[in-house]
Write a protein that binds this ligand. Sequence first.
Ligand code: ARG
Length: 566
Amino acid sequence: MELSEIVKGAFEKAFPGENFDFVRVVPATDPKFGDYQCNDALKLAKKFKMNPREVGTKVADLLKGESVFEKVEIAGPGFLNLTVSTAWLNSQLSTLNEQPLCGIPQRGAGKTVVIDYSSPNAAKQMHIGHIRSTVIGCAIDRIFRSLGYRVIADNHLGDWGTQFGILIKGYRECLTQEERDDLTVANLEKCYVLSAAKAKGEDEESKAWKEACKAELVKLQQGDKENYALWKKFIDISIGEFERMYRKLGVKFDTYRGESYYNAAMPGVVDKLLKAGLAEESEGALIVNLEKDKLGVAIVRKSDGGFNYTTSDLACVESRVAEYDPERIIYITDDRQNLHFQQFFAIARKLGYTTTFQHIGFGLMSYQGKAISTREGNLIKLDDLLSEAKRRAFEIVRERGGTEELAEQIGYGAVKYSDLSHDPCTTIDFNWDKALALEGNSGPYLQYAYARVCSLLAKAGGDQNANSTSLRECAFGIETPSEKRLALQLLEFPGAVVRAAEVYKPSVLADYLFQTAQLYSSFYQNSPILKSEEAVKNARLKLCALFGEVLKMGLGLLGIETPSHI
Ligand code: ARG
C-alpha cells in the first residue's frame, strides 16, 4: 500500500468522519528528518482549532503500530517525520523491479492525446531554432506514451502561404536546369531568397515580379495542375529532408498534416463562427473580438478573403476532435506564439470544444549569448549542429576505441540533454563544452553512468540485468545510509514521470535522473561491491542493476540512447 494511504488511514482513525483525501506523504527534504514527511496535521489543526502537535501526536501514535515504519517522530509544530523499515523498503524495491516500465503507472490507458510538435516551415532547412520544439516534443511524446496514452504525434508543417508563389516563380526562373533536376531543400531555400529579392524593389521590374509571384499563388490556390505538382514536389522534398534529421534524432511522427490539409475546411469554420455570433466584420476583415478575455482581436478572414493562422488552427482542432476524440491537444512552439494559442484556445472553447488545450511556449535558444537569427548570421543549420556534435563526441570516444555510431549516440544525446535539462520556459544559451561535459549535469555524464553499471554487471558475471536469473534469485538488502538514499530515490521514478507529464516539463525527469546518478555515485564510492561477501555483493548488484534499468528507461523517455559501452 502506498505510504500516503497508510497515513491517511491513521488520520481517519484518529478523527473519524472527516475527509482526508488531501493527506500526502512526500520524500523528506533532508535525510536527518527521516525518509518521508507529512505536513498535513497542521492543516487539520487549523480546522479543529487544535494544537497541531496534539493532532500530530494522535496520528503518530497510531502509525507507530504499523510495521512499515521503523520510526515516527513529531517535529516542530506537528510535522510527521517518517523512517521506513528496511523490510518495507526491500519489498517496495522488489515490487518496482518486477513491474513493467519500472513501475510507470498506466494513467493514460484509454485516453488519446495529440501532440503537435517540431512543425517546421516547408522549403527551408531546419536550423538550431527548431531543435527545442523537436526535442521537447519528442520527450513529451515518449513520456505520455509510457503512461499508456494513445499518442498522435502530428507534425503541423507550415506548408501553405504566400511563399509558394515566390517559390514557384523562383523555381522556374532562378534555378539552373541542373538544380531543378536535383532539387534539394538547400536549392529551394536559395530559389526563395533569389525570387524574394527580385520582388522587393519599387521599380517596374520588381513590381512585375511580385505580381507574377502572386499570380502563381492564385493559380496554386485554384488547383492549377502544374503549380500543384510543383508545390507537392517541394513538400515531398522538404519532408524527406526533415525525416533525415528526425532519423538522426530518433523522432517519429504519426502524421504530417500541414496547414494545407485544412484548406478546404476553412470556409466552414468561418461560417460556424458567424452562426455562433462570435465573428464580426471590421474594416473589411472578419474578426473575433476577445477584448473581454483580454486577448485582443483575432482575424479569421482577411479583407482580401484569405484565411489565416487562427482559422487554420481552428479547422485543425475540428478535424482532430472528429478523428481522434483526444482528451487533450498539446502544442509545442516558441513563446512568441503565446498570444496566437491563447486566442484560438479561447475561440475553440467558445465554440464548445471541451478538449484540454495546452500550449508549451518554450524560450528561445541563443548561441554564445546572441539570439539566433539570420541577421546575426548565426543561424546554424540543424544538420551542421548534429555533425559538429558527432565530431566532438568522436574526439572523446576515439581514444577508447569508440565507433562513429557511439559518437552519434553521445553527441546527439548531449545536444538533446542540454536542452531537456532546462525548464522549457527558460531561454537557454547553447554551450558546446557544457553539453559534452563528461562530468556535471550533462547527457554524456548520465550515459557514462549507465555504461559503468553495465560493465560492473558484466564483470560480476555474465550479461546481468536486474531480472537475469542469477540476480532474480537474490533479494534486495538495504543496509547503509547511501544504499538507502539511492533506494528511496529509485522508488520515486514513477512519480517523477507522472510529474513531468503533469507539468509538461521533461526537465523534471532530467533533474530526477541527474540526482539519481549522483546518489548512485555516492553509493558506489561508499559501498564495496565485487569484494563484498556473496549475499551483500548480490544485494548490491541488484540495486545497481535496478538503477541501470531506471536510468535506461528515463533516458529513453528523453529520447537519449544508452550504449552499454563507452
Ligand atoms: N509552422 C509553425 C512555425 O514554424 C508552427 C506550427 C505549430 N502548430 C500549430 N498547430 N500552429 O512557427
